[in-house]
Design a protein around this ligand. Structure first.
Ligand code: NAD
Length: 260
C-alpha cells in the first residue's frame, strides 16, 4: 500500500476513534469487488441499459417483461456474490460499536450477509432478493417469478392473489421512497458526528441529500470513492481510492479486523 493510502486509512481510523455516532452511507461501489457492477463507473449498468422508470413498469406489461428479463440476466452475478473486504470491515465496525449503523442504497443484501443486524441497517432503495405485488404487497420469491415468467414465454407474471403487477422489492426511478426508512436515515444523519459516504456517485436524490444534512448538522464528512462526486467540495476529507483496500486497512488499525 502506498504512503498516501496509508495516511488516508490512518486518518479515517482516527476520525472513527474520535467519534461516538459515526454513520456509514454505502452505494454500489462497495459491491463492485464482489462482482456486482455499479451504475456509473465506465462500463457500468447505466451505459448498457437505461433504467426502466416506475411509471413505465406499472403501465406497460412490455416494460415489466423487459425489467424481469434484465433482472434474471443479472441474477447469476447477484446470487454468486458474497460480502467483500469493505462489507466485512463495516460489519466489524458495527459489531464493535465503532459505527452506529449503515444506511445503504444497495439492494444486494450483502450487508445482511456480512452479519449486520437489521436494526443497524437502513435500506433506502429496497432489496432485490425478492419481489412484491405493487397492489396487495404479497411477497414472492424470485424462483416463483422466474418459473411463471419462463412458462409464459418471457412475460411478466401478475399477482396470483389480486392480479396486480409483481415487482422486484426495489425502488425504481420515479417510485416513492420508503417513508419510514427515509425518516430514520435522516434522523441518523443529523445525529451523526461522522458521516462516511462510501462507493456512491452521490447524484441519486433524495439519498444524496443525507451527507449534506449530516454536514449542515455538524458532522464531519468523509467521502471514500475513486471518482469525483458533486459533494467533494463539502467534505472534510476525500479519499479517492479502492474501498476494500482502505476499509480493510482501517479495521486493521482499529484492531478489529476479522479473519480474511
Ligand atoms: P453509482 O454507480 O452511481 O456510483 C458508484 C461509485 O462507486 C462510482 O462513483 C464509482 O467510481 C465508485 N466505485 C466503484 N467501485 C469502487 C471501488 N472499488 N473503490 C472506490 N470507488 C468505487 O452508485 P450509487 O451512487 O449507489 O447509485 C446507484 C443506484 O443504483 C443506487 O441507488 C443503488 O440502489 C442501485 N444499484 C445497486 C447495486 C447494488 O446493490 N450492488 C448495483 C448497481 C446499482
Amino acid at each position: 500500500m502506498d504512503a498516501e493510502l496509508k495516511t488516508a486509512a490512518n486518518d479515517l481510523a482516527s476520525l472513527v476513534e474520535q467519534s461516538s455516532r459515526a454513520l456509514a452511507f454505502t452505494g454500489a461501489g462497495l459491491s463492485t469487488e464482489c462482482g456486482i457492477p455499479d451504475f456509473r463507473s465506465p462500463g457500468g449498468l447505466w451505459t448498457r441499459n437505461k433504467p426502466i422508470p416506475f411509471d413505465a413498469f406499472v403501465t406497460s406489461r412490455a416494460a415489466r417483461s423487459e425489467a424481469w428479463r434484465r433482472k434474471f440476466a443479472m441474477d447469476e452475478s447477484f446470487k454468486a456474490a458474497v460480502p467483500g473486504r469493505g462489507h466485512r470491515a463495516l460489519a466489524a465496525m458495527v459489531a464493535t460499536g465503532r459505527l452506529r449503523g449503515i444506511v445503504t442504497q444497495n439492494i444486494d443484501n450483502l450487508h445482511q450477509d456480512s452479519g449486520v443486524p437489521g436494526e443497524r441497517l437502513i435500506e433506502l432503495h429496497g432489496n432485490g432478493t425478492y419481489a412484491t405485488c405493487l397492489h396487495c404487497a404479497r411477497r414472492y420469491e424470485l424462483g416463483w417469478v422466474r418459473e411463471a415468467f419462463e412458462a409464459a414465454g418471457g412475460e411478466a407474471p401478475d399477482c396470483s392473489a389480486c392480479g396486480g403487477p409483481v415487482k422486484s422489492a426495489t425502488i425504481s426511478f420515479g417510485q416513492a421512497m420508503p417513508e419510514a426508512e427515509m425518516r430514520r436515515a435522516l434522523d441518523w444523519s443529523v445525529e451523526a458526528d461522522l458521516f462516511i459516504a462510501i462507493g456512491s456517485s452521490l447524484v441519486v436524490h433524495p439519498a444524496a441529500g443525507l451527507p449534506v444534512a449530516a454536514k449542515r448538522a455538524g458532522a464531519r464528512l468523509v467521502i471514500l470513492n475513486r471518482e469525483d462526486t458533486p459533494l467533494d467540495g463539502l467534505a472534510d476529507r476525500v479519499i479517492a481510492a479502492d474501498i476494500g483496500t482502505v476499509l480493510q486497512s482501517v479495521v486493521e488499525r482499529l484492531g478489529i479486523a476479522g479473519p480474511g
